[in-house]
Design a protein around this ligand. Sequence first.
Ligand code: AVI
Length: 331
Amino acid sequence: MNPAALPGSSLQTETPVASAVRKGLCARPKRLPPWLFYDSDGSHLFDQITRLPEYYLTRTERAILAANAAGMIAQAAGLDGAEPARLRITELGAGFADKTRLLLKAAVERQGDVLYEPVDVSASALEAARVRIGREMPGVRVAPRLMDYTHGLELEPAGDGERRLVLYIGSSIGNFEPGPAAQLLLGIRAGLEPGDTLLLGVDLRKGESTLLAAYDDAAGVTARFNLNLLARLNRELGADFDLGAFAHRAVWNRSESRIEMHLESLKAQRVRLASLGLEASFRAGERIHTENSYKYAPGQAEAMLAAAGFTPESTWTDKRGWFAVCLGRAQ
Ligand code: AVI
């Protein structure tokens, strides 16, 4: 049996982590969802990834925002022919990175102050964002919203004379398969009023060697990030994964236009997950698929916005055309 149910297993009180792992390790091929990366160690490793020389995404998007933040804010506030409105800014994911700050600063410069609503499932991430932004950015009032935005956005409408600008930056949309990505955008649109806007950051297709280096860096940080997933299962589910017996693999899947991350078993082995009452067996060379990161063609993000009920108004990109930030207005 692979994985085998061991005596004493109980499905009754399973946490989301436990049930995702049970489902993923019973699937063929085996897979684990990428949200499992982000425990405390994984979040720190991701933070290190964003500063790696090979990981061009964060610094390219930041440069686009730095050059265009004032224009983005002005456009979101009302270059669509309507009276310019005050903006409130809602961010999907609790960002306190300097990318978000660039937009908050531009909004404060334009309208004196701004209400900032970070949306996240993690209360501690929201609290950290509230404390840091509140302390470091006078003029920004932080109103955290504890919510899983992948199941839709339930927000009070913006006030009179106000419009909401939703930020979904960092190419986070790229970690969703096309169907769920389209559903996610529809869910965001459903939570907005006509005239509100969505600023979407997407990573664009580029040469294979650049892509592979970004997901398999020389210092091995991305490998540690991927392997931390198994370490997390050891910590949280009483598993006995031998981290030395699995290797990080990054693959460019050209036909699907995505980087895939896998964990490859270096030998035939059995792994016990005590709190799941499961034993998983692996063949030598067998992989667990842990992440997809889609890379979009120029114009594709605008088409995705249009399909979800947004009018794509502007796209900002860098000189090399590596990353795009698109503004769509809710119809
Ligand atoms: C969060 N997300 C956009 C990252 C990406 O590039 O797909 C996650 C990541 N995985 C490996 N490196 C970074």
